[in-house]
Ligand binder design. Structure first.
Ligand SMILES: [Zn+2]
Length: 150
C-alpha cells in the first residue's frame, strides 16, 4: 500500500470491474475465468460467448490456478500510463489458460534477468496509478513464494 498521498482522496479502481479476480481477506486470491461446458476450453479474460461453440449458456465461471510459467515477455523502456519504466510485461501460461497478458514483478527489469519458462505466481494488488493518482487494483505475476526470483 502506498502512503505517499492522502488516503482519503484515493479511490481503488478494479481491473475488469472486479469480475476478473477474487481477493479474499484471508489473503487467498485467484483469477476467475470461464470454461465452456461443451468444448471444455477455458478463457481469461472471461468471454460472453464461447468463440468455438458460438452458443449462449455454455460458459461457467471457474477458478484458475495461481502458478504458471512465463511465456514471451518484453521490457519496455518507455512507460505506459501509471507504470514506471523499465518494467516487465509478458504472457503467462497457466495450466487452464495460456497467454494471459500481465505485468511481471519482483524480477530485475532486464531482458537477461528472467527467461521464458520461469515459474511465476499470481499477486492481486495495486498494479499502477491512473492520472488522478487512484490505485488501480489488478493482477500481476511475480516469483513463486518461497523461491528466489532469478
Ligand atoms: Zn465451447
Amino acid at each position: 500500500m502506498s502512503k505517499e498521498k492522502a488516503a482519503t482522496e484515493k479511490k481503488q479502481i478494479l481491473v475488469g470491474d472486479g469480475t476478473w479476480f477474487v481477493q479474499q481477506p484471508s489473503g487467498e486470491s485467484y483469477l476467475v475465468g470461464n470454461k465452456c461446458k461443451v468444448c471444455k476450453k477455458t478463457f481469461f479474460p472471461k468471454r460472453g460467448v464461447c468463440p468455438n461453440c458460438q452458443k449462449d449458456g455454455t460458459l461457467e465461471d471457474v477458478r484458475l490456478s495461481t502458478k504458471g510459467k512465463l511465456g514471451v515477455f518484453a521490457v519496455p523502456q518507455v512507460a505506459a500510463v501509471g507504470f514506471k519504466a523499465p518494467y516487465i510485461i509478458g504472457y503467462v501460461d497457466l495450466p487452464e489458460v495460456t497467454g494471459i497478458f500481465s505485468p511481471i514483478v519482483g524480477f530485475e527489469p532486464r531482458e537477461d534477468a528472467i527467461k521464458k519458462g520461469t515459474e511465476v505466481e499470481l499477486q492481486i494488488g495495486k498494479i499502477a496509478e491512473d492520472e488522478q493518482g487512484n490505485d488501480i487494483i489488478g493482477y500481476q505475476f511475480g516469483p513463486v513464494k518461497g523461491k528466489k526470483g532469478k
